[in-house]
Write a protein that binds this ligand. Structure first.
Ligand code: IPD
Ligand code: CA
Ligand code: CA
Length: 259
């Protein structure tokens, strides 16, 4: 609980940084052709790292903009941070972005917080403790068939290298589900599945900081995660299929057939 409360506290404080920058002119730098970074990403990350360094100086940190920062040799904890998930949305004032903070202990994800400052929605989860939205328990949806499902997906920055694969899966899900949305923040996409606004999500080439907090929240909300073949999910593998559990096998069938 201590780590979870701390993650929530930091996500909220970092969310305030995003709010501060939200309606101002953004000075956007490019990390790749369409891969952006702004002052808000950097300031949000700096605030989180400083808070961790102060409270848990021996813990390791894996953060999107700073990379891996090692802790002490005996450190058993690692914080996994996306200071702003959905930077492209943020830069365009499209209100779908968040802060995502996960905590891993001895290789096991323990807790996570995902905060959407625009809607003031704090998603949180701790292993064995449940998943919550603003303190209220959340659960995945009851949709039992893919044909009843609202799905979400995302396209990686290097989509050009995988365009046929991506479009073939997208096309297949479009035909088989009720609808597909492309939100632009993988961490929020996962939380939306966790609380039933969506029934399933898939994407390729995500990074640990996109999915660490979302994994705990979704599992604690009764959801299921795997790679595209249905094998166990890890934040360190590059494929994610996430669902309410009930439509998971159908999703895996589509993902396996359209490679
Ligand atoms: C991105 C978002 C987006 C997903 C990309 C991610 P960023 O993260 O999660 O939804 O499609 O693959 O890289 O760059 O905004 O932190
Ligand atoms: Ca991200
Ligand atoms: Ca980011």
């Amino acid at each position: 609980m201590e780590y979870l409360n701390f993650a929530v506290e930091m996500a909220r404080a970092a969310g305030d940084v995003l709010k501060h920058y939200a309606n101002r002119e953004k000075f956007v730098e490019l990390k790749g052709r369409a891969n952006l970074v702004t002052a808000a990403d950097k300031e949000s990350e700096a605030l989180i790292i400083e808070a961790i360094r102060k409270r848990y100086p021996d813990h390791a940190i894996l953060a999107e903009e700073s990379g891996a920062l090692s802790g002490s040799k005996t450190a058993e904890g690692q914080w996994i941070i996306d200071p702003l998930d959905g930077t492209t949305n943020f830069a365009h004032q499209y209100p779908f972005y968040c802060v995502s903070i996960g905590f891993e202990q001895r290789g096991q994800l323990r807790c996570g917080a995902v905060y959407d400052p625009f809607r003031d929605e704090m998603f949180s989860g701790g292993s064995g403790a449940g998943a919550f939205l603003n303190g209220e328990k959340i659960r995945v949806s009851a949709a039992a068939r893919l044909s009843d499902a609202l799905l979400m997906t995302g396209f990686p920055y290097n989509f050009r290298d995988h365009i046929d694969d991506i479009l073939s899966k997208f096309r297949a899900f479009l035909f088989e589900s009720q609808a597909v949305r492309r939100g632009g923040s993988a961490a929020l996409d996962m939380c939306y599945v966790a609380m039933g606004r969506s029934d399933g999500f898939w994407e390729m080439n995500l990074q640990p900081w996109d999915t660490a907090a979302g994994q705990v929240i979704l599992e604690e909300a009764g959801g299921r995660l795997s790679n595209f073949k249905g094998d166990p999910f890890s934040i360190y593998v590059k494929e994610i299929a996430a669902s309410n559990g009930k439509i998971h096998d159908e999703m895996i069938r589509v993902l396996s057939q359209h490679r």
